[in-house]
Design a protein around this ligand. Structure first.
Ligand SMILES: [Zn+2]
Length: 182
């Protein structure tokens, strides 16, 4: 290799190097911007209780925003182990909201001790906030309860609850957050 060829090769390397640096400089901040929607939707999650606007997000977004436990329950219809949830023995006065979208789902006044190991309620905070559908994933047909606003899985409803409704909404703690009453 002649010295001229070497010089050409070296300057070629230097040029490539600075191009790469320039690329990283230009696109590095853009890549960080790509994370911005996640931060924005965290605000969205704490949106005013009672806001009925539907929340729709990609699986990727949900995965990025929720804890792995919340994701498993809300987006994969999982069930937390009996007695392990943070709201099983929770007795504060307030509203239980959806961990996915902030929708007000259950009132602490409707919570009762079911002894099942999952937070239990006799009714939702409002009929319009939750939806139900048949769940045939086990041997028996159960009625799944989901959040109308974000379509997140919450738990199931059974007809062995106390009066006056006779219903038992058996809900995963991980699907909920809690807002104390003002
Ligand atoms: Zn929700």
């Amino acid at each position: 290799m002649s010295s001229k060829q070497k010089r050409l090769l070296l300057s070629g390397c230097a040029l490539t190097g600075s191009l790469l640096l320039g690329w990283a400089f230009l696109f590095g901040p853009l890549r960080m911007d790509a994370r911005a929607p996640a931060a924005a939707s965290a605000e969205q999650r704490t949106a005013k209780i009672g806001d009925r606007e539907k929340v729709e997000k990609s699986d990727e977004q949900w995965r990025a925003e929720l804890t792995s436990e919340q994701y498993h329950i809300l987006r994969q219809s999982g069930t937390e182990p009996r007695g392990t949830g943070r709201f099983v023995n929770h007795h504060a006065d307030g509203v239980y909201t959806c961990a996915g979208c902030g929708s007000a789902l259950f009132d602490s006044r409707d919570k009762f001790e079911s002894g099942t190991g999952w937070p239990s309620y006799i009714r939702p905070a409002a009929e319009s906030v939750i939806g139900t559908r048949d769940d045939t994933s086990l041997f028996e047909v159960r009625t799944e309860v989901y959040c109308r606003r974000c379509d997140g899985h919450l738990g199931h409803v059974f007809e062995d609850g106390p009066e006056p409704t006779g219903l038992r909404y058996c809900i995963n703690s991980a699907a909920l957050d809690f807002a104390p009453r003002d």
